[in-house]
Design a protein around this ligand. Structure first.
Ligand code: UDP
Length: 236
């Protein structure tokens, strides 16, 4: 059962449950995709019905970030946990490493995915990297075929929102039995190109504030956050 936050249905799971569900999807012979919406994406979904349908059609919808968590709470339907996409990815890679499963990294500027692969291999011994490709490709079918040919169990699709959600929905059928996960700017963090907020900021739910301080160009995008809160209050 999903918890509705302004039209987007979020799976109400703990981290362990989300990882177990991802493993179930990996074991199934079909392709699947997981989305990790934040308030910005929920606002985009409010403006674009087909994006909303794409997000809600995902096999798992995880609440990335504090805004969704508080939004659900304010609406009287609290979520069990907030599951930042990057933390979910780390937990899943631990589980994958134990089973010697393989991962494809798609996205970010040229060179970033390769650097991320090196670091992830070291951080999760046993994890197999099936391949990498940057996120500025022109040929969608070829990118999907590269994932299929790699035989990866899982692919992190890091093209930014809403590009990655639309790409996964359109091409999941071409990637073979692979679990696609939309993870925004995660590869930039895994590669070490972008520093994640200090743990204290993460604990206090202020990661978004740290991101704003380190990249003030995000201000325009972040104006969606107060709008999201306003819409939640109106809905309440
Ligand atoms: N990106 C990409 N292809 C594109 C547009 C963006 O690979 O056509 C990458 C970009 O280089 C960055 C990521 O997508 O690595 C988006 O990061 P951002 O921090 O904006 O995502 P968020 O986590 O905020 O959704």
């Amino acid at each position: 059962m999903r918890i509705d936050v302004l039209g987007v249905g979020f799976d109400n799971l703990t981290m362990d449950q989300a990882v177990a569900e991802a493993q179930r999807l990996i074991a199934s012979p079909d392709s699947h995709y997981i989305v990790t919406p934040n308030p910005e994406i929920v606002e985009l979904c409010r403006e674009d019905k087909s994006l909303l349908e794409t997000v809600n059609a995902a096999d798992m919808v995880l609440p990335d970030g504090i805004g969704i968590y508080y939004g659900a709470k304010l609406l009287g339907t609290p979520l069990r946990a907030r599951l930042p996409g990057i933390d979910f990815a780390a937990h899943l890679m631990d589980a994958m490493a134990k089973k010697r499963q393989s991962l494809f990294l798609l996205g970010a500027k040229p060179g970033v995915a390769e650097r991320a692969a090196e670091k992830l291999r070291r951080a999760h011994p046993g994890l197999l990297i099936a391949g990498t490709a940057d996120g500025y490709f022109k040929d969608d079918a070829r990118a999907a075929e590269t994932i299929r040919a790699s035989g990866a169990d899982v692919a992190f699709v890091c093209l930014g929102a809403p590009k990655q959600e639309l790409w996964m929905a359109a091409h999941a059928g071409e990637t073979g039995p692979c679990l696609l996960i939309g993870l925004g700017g995660c590869l930039d963090v895994f590669s070490g190109d972008v520093k994640r907020a200090p743990v204290l900021f993460q604990r206090l739910g202020l990661e978004w504030f740290h991101r704003l301080l380190s990249d003030p160009r995000r201000l325009g995008r972040m104006m969606k956050l107060p709008r999201f809160m306003l819409h939640v209050l109106r809905e309440k």
